[in-house]
Design a binder for this molecule. Structure first.
Ligand code: SAH
Length: 326
């Protein structure tokens, strides 16, 4: 919901200031529309229904996978596409993967979003409306900024959205921001007052290979990225999650695992090996190669888990739905 529009509409209607909070509490609690807001005068509910759209986003397409994953393609009011995914886990966890930008200015070669045109940064309200869309279906308890876009390049809006997520049921400790290693963004997260978790998309253990996969590495090479992570770790006293997408014959050799282990302090990092969601550019590593890679890291005392693949048949990887609708 566009909270500025809400506030100005309430002010024009001569409503007391607390009305905005009343509306937000209903919205954050998963209300489906103004008609549910029984502590608001009926005439006001009708006026809001006409003047303040309930969401800044409209649903353009939705896909459901057998494992319960739901992926939604939205459009902003000015027609920009973005997507969000609800992941349901057997232990009851409900995690929403949100986008921070429509498209992405970076051009990681394995990522579907990187292949589409960059649109613009999303507002805090547009980010929250993704989580709220799923909150209206069921309670949610985790949010990850692993949808479209680079959250640290839109850090003010991302943090403004994070500040409101606890109202929606998601504490900041259960909110993770994933970055390609945008150094000023990592520093902002280290200094901000919200205890959000940091995930780093590393994907390669040396500059040569990393620059090939992620051109942003030319701007912020590995040593600088890891130095920024060290500052985050020291300041927050928290581990950083390293994401490493497993590409067959590209970054999955045993030597890559050993090189990665030399880069990371086992007390400060946890590695998440990500089975590749094919987008055409590469083949995913076979499960044996992923397991071998994990075992080498474990020998070096680095905790590594293999990410559970969710929603594969609905192309739930970053940017894939928008790419197929375009
Ligand atoms: N720009 C941020 C957040 C968005 S992507 C970042 O790069 O961290 C979230 C994660 O999904 C990143 O680790 C990204 O590298 C990974 N990813 C992108 N495309 C993928 C694909 N096709 N299969 C598996 N993981 C992918």
């Amino acid at each position: 919901m566009d909270r500025n529009l809400l506030q100005s509409t309430l002010a024009e209607s001569g409503e007391p200031a607390y009305r905005a909070d009343q509306v937000w509490r209903w919205v954050a609690g998963g209300a489906a529309g103004y008609e549910e807001m029984t502590n608001l005068p009926a005439a006001l509910r009708e006026r809001l229904a006409v003047e303040v759209p309930f969401s800044t986003l409209t649903v353009a397409a939705e896909a459901k996978a057998d494992d319960g994953t739901v992926k939604t393609l939205f459009n902003t009011a000015d027609g920009r596409p973005l997507e969000a995914v609800l992941m349901r886990y057997r232990d009851g966890r409900r995690s929403v993967c949100v986008s921070s930008q429509s498209g992405c200015p970076l051009t990681c070669t394995f990522c579907a979003t990187g292949q589409m045109q960059f649109g613009r940064n999303l507002s805090a309200d547009e980010i929250l409306d993704q989580a709220l869309h799923f909150r209206r279906v069921e309670a949610i308890d985790h949010v990850v900024f692993m949808g479209m876009g680079e959250p640290t390049m839109n850090v003010d809006n991302v943090l403004a959205a994070c500040a409101r997520l606890p109202d929606v049921g998601v504490s900041n400790r259960r909110t993770a921001i994933s970055t390609v290693g945008w150094v000023p963004g990592i520093d902002r997260l280290a200094e901000c007052e919200l205890p959000v978790a940091l995930a780093l998309s590393l994907h390669a253990p040396n500059d040569g290979l990393r620059s090939q996969l992620m051109p942003v590495n030319d701007r912020y090479p590995l040593a600088e990225v890891l130095a920024a992570c060290r500052r985050y770790i020291e300041r927050r006293r928290r581990k950083v999650f390293v994401e490493y997408v497993m590409l067959d014959g590209v970054n999955d050799h045993p030597e890559h695992a050993r090189e990665l282990a030399r880069l990371l302090d086992p007390r400060a990092y946890k590695v998440n090996l990500i089975p590749y969601n094919p987008t055409g550019a590469y083949d995913g590593s076979p499960p044996e190669a992923i397991e071998r890679f994990r075992a080498i890291l474990a020998e070096q005392r680095i905790t590594a888990t293999v990410r559970l693949t969710r929603g594969r048949e609905i192309a739930a990887a970053c940017g894939q739905l928008a790419a197929s609708a375009a």
